[in-house]
Design a protein. Structure first.
Length: 149
C-alpha cells in the first residue's frame, strides 16, 4: 500500500497533462500549473507530517505524507532537465540543472536518449530492488519452520 501511494504521488504532478491537452490546448507549459509548484507539495508534506506527529492512528497521515513526498521527488527529478518554477507563484522564473539539446525527432527521443533518463531509471530500479528485498524478507518470515529430517 505504501508503494502504491508513493508511485501515485510521484505521478500526480503530471495529472495536469489532461488539462494541458484537452482544455489548454498546449498553450501553457504544463510545468507552470499549480500541480508542478514545489510550494504546493512542500506545504502539503509539512501539513501531513504535522498530522502524522499528532494522530493516534497514523495510517492515513503516513500514506498522505508518502504521496506528497512522491510529488516532491517528481519535481526534483524534473529539475534535472525540465523547467520547474521553484519559487512560483512569487517568482516567475524556471530552473533546470541541465538542458536537453534538440537533436532527434520526434522530440521525446531527446529526453529518452539523454543521460538524465538514466537517473530516473536508477531511482525506479532502486525502488524495485528495495521492494523485492522486503517482499522476499516478509515471505521468509511467513514460511512455517520445517523440522530437520
Amino acid at each position: 500500500m505504501v508503494i502504491l501511494f508513493g508511485v501515485v504521488g510521484a505521478l500526480a504532478p503530471d495529472f495536469d497533462m489532461s488539462y494541458f491537452y484537452l482544455v489548454d490546448h498546449r498553450q501553457t507549459h504544463h510545468h507552470r500549473y499549480v500541480t508542478h509548484w514545489p510550494l504546493l507539495w512542500l506545504v502539503l508534506s509539512a501539513a501531513f507530517a504535522l498530522w502524522l506527529r499528532n494522530v493516534r492512528a497514523p495510517t492515513a497521515a503516513f500514506l498522505s505524507l508518502v504521496f506528497c513526498l512522491g510529488g516532491v521527488l517528481h519535481l526534483m527529478l524534473d529539475t534535472l532537465v525540465g523547467d520547474i518554477w521553484w519559487f512560483a507563484p512569487f517568482v516567475d522564473r524556471p530552473y533546470a540543472l541541465f538542458k536537453v539539446p534538440a537533436v532527434f525527432k520526434p522530440w521525446w527521443l531527446n529526453f529518452l536518449l539523454h543521460w538524465s533518463f538514466a537517473a530516473e531509471l536508477a531511482v525506479s530500479t532502486w525502488a524495485m530492488l528495495l521492494y523485492r528485498r522486503r517482499s522476499n524478507a516478509s515471505l521468509r518470515l511467513r514460511r512455517p519452520c520445517r523440522a530437520a529430517d
